[in-house]
Design a protein around this ligand. Sequence first.
Ligand code: SF4
Ligand code: SF4
Length: 68
Amino acid sequence: MAKRYAEVNKNRCVACGECMYVCLKGAIKIIHGRYALSNSDKCIGCGLCEKSCPAGCITMMHREQVSE
Ligand code: SF4
Ligand code: SF4
């Protein structure tokens, strides 16, 4: 699994859809035309959505190291 994943600050999202268009993994959806939601299970951490977001509301997060 990728070390990073994208997280959307939905309070700042303007639902433009840019992040959804650039995501090659289909990991982002626009919910009810109001905000973007990322699926961390599908996300490969490429960061394209973060670069594309005009509102600067996507942050790349590091997955927590889980010891098994
Ligand atoms: S980081 Fe890449 S794979 Fe993950 S949601 Fe953004 S564009 Fe999609
Ligand atoms: S690019 Fe940014 S503002 Fe546009 S839908 Fe995605 S998260 Fe929201």
